[in-house]
Ligand binder design. Structure first.
Ligand code: FAD
Length: 418
């Protein structure tokens, strides 16, 4: 049991980036506590052919410290893959490559303690971390990097089990399913699309794909949409009143929570190829369908959907519920939780430096990564600004500008200076 300056709970990309920059500022004073037995990045969603949605330049460290040894470029060069990857001319690199980069980066750090599932964090003149009833570490400061987990709307939760499951289970279950059976994929986002593509690749011929939006909408990756994914815009958001900020961020949803055009093209072409082979399209698309409930009866599922023109029923043997993700619950002791300020939706209040507002003594800070969509915008749940966010946290923790964040060459005026 050791005392640290800072402990990060979770060793996903968010805390990995923080630990990478932290190590170069204050070596051996930070630990990451991770429940997994070894490093992995959404391992159950690494379906065949999936691509990163972000430029590989947006790695764990480079936009804060371009000379850092844990850059993606260093990974590529030191593993001998740089020329191979470059000459393969990907628009977006395989997600598998990025996962291997993250694993390589995790191996450069000796501060990660795996197999440590933190079930309780208490505070008594310092944060104390408990796993399986044992005190495993203490620290002055806490950083929550817990990520998210799959979720289903209330009306679908009841059918989760043999016949309906989250995409995380698709790889392990798909070989047990009969490709001739009708399968429903619920969810018109990227994970739903990737599930459809996986089923197509496995020879399924009766796939029904449901999405709530008017059509299966592509992600807007245009230069102007990408302006929301830069430090200057995040800075601009900080000065906007809360309610306006919420409205603005809701308007940006298609820049992040949508399907990459490449995936949509791949589905359309595989569907057309399937039609040429079998005489019928293997995928039927059902846009503007809100699947609100379902019931299982023997070997079939009945899905109830609401559309603008009425209600519908659809029968399937199985359903993949790609119905979104929600933030993982922080394992805070009730006494500690009571000291944290929440907003009107029950979410922790996160300030512009990613610190959580709480009633604690000086010298003990809590930071939350990937939990401030309405403070920092959609990129907070994304890889784009990982290194910038980590730099902001470290500058705030050490109360000086250790990492400079420069984004001054901006041609967009989001608001005229008054
Ligand atoms: C399939 C998928 C693909 C994505 N692809 C992209 C992309 O291409 N580009 C992009 O910008 N964004 C992408 N994202 C969004 C986002 O970048 C990732 O979700 C990213 O992994 C978020 O990092 P994180 O560290 O916040 O959370 P996570 O990666 O979820 O890591 C959280 C870690 O915390 C651990 N943990 C949780 N609770 C505890 C606990 N109590 N004790 C100990 N450990 C705990 C978990 O085991 C996990 O390892 C993707 C998301 C998904 C789901």
């Amino acid at each position: 049991m050791r005392h640290y300056h800072t402990v990060g709970v979770g060793a996903g990309p968010a805390n990995l980036s923080l630990a990478a920059l932290f190590e170069s500022v204050a070596p051996h004073q930070m630990a990451l506590l991770e429940r997994r037995p070894s490093f992995a990045w959404h391992p159950d969603l690494l379906l065949s052919g999936v691509r990163l949605q972000t430029s590989w330049l947006k790695d764990l460290v480079s936009f804060a410290d371009p000379c850092h040894r844990m850059s993606f470029i260093n990974y590529m060069v030191s593993t001998g893959r740089a020329w191979g990857l470059l000459n393969a001319q990907y628009d977006f690199i395989p997600r598998q490559e990025y996962a291997q980069y993250l694993r390589w980066a995790s191996e450069q750090l000796d501060c990660i303690r795996y197999g440590t599932d933190i079930d309780r964090i208490t505070f008594d003149n310092g944060f104390a971390y408990h796993a399986d009833g044992e005190l495993v570490a203490t620290s002055d400061h806490l950083v929550l990097g817990l990520g998210s987990k799959p979720s289903a709307p209330p009306g679908l939760v009841g059918v989760l089990g043999d016949r309906a499951f989250f995409p995380e289970e698709l790889t392990s279950r798909v070989s047990l399913l009969d490709p001739a059976d009708p399968v429903a994929v619920v969810g018109g986002g990227q994970t739903g699309a990737e599930s459809v593509l996986e089923l197509l690749g496995r020879g399924f011929t009766r796939i029904s794909w449901f999405g709530r939006r008017p059509w299966f909408q592509p992600m807007d990756d245009s230069p102007t949409a990408n302006d929301f994914y830069r430090p200057a815009y995040v800075q601009f958001l900080q000065d906007v009143p809360r309610e306006t900020r919420r409205r603005l961020v809701d308007g940006h949803v298609l820049t992040g929570d949508a399907i990459t055009p490449g995936t949509l093209r791949a589905i359309s072409q595989a569907n057309y190829d399937g039609m040429l082979r079998h005489g019928e399209y293997p995928v039927t698309l059902y846009p503007e369908r809100d699947v609100v409930s379902a019931e299982a009866d023997g070997d079939r599922l009945t899905l109830h959907a609401v559309s603008p023109v009425g209600r519908e029923q659809h029968i399937a043997a199985h359903a993949v519920l790609a119905t979104g993700r929600r933030a993982a619950e922080p394992p805070l002791d009730p006494e500690l939780l009571e000291r944290i300020e929440l907003d009107d939706t029950g979410e922790m209040l996160v300030d512009s430096d990613y610190s959580v507002r709480w009633k604690g003594p000086d010298g003990h800070r809590i930071f939350a990564l990937n939990r401030s969509r309405y403070t920092h915008g959609i990129p907070d749940a994304n890889l784009t600004l990982l290194s910038v966010r980590s730099a902001t946290v470290i500058n705030s923790l050490f109360e000086r500008e250790i990492f400079a964040i420069r984004d001054t060459s901006v041609s967009t005026r989001w608001q005229m200076a008054s």
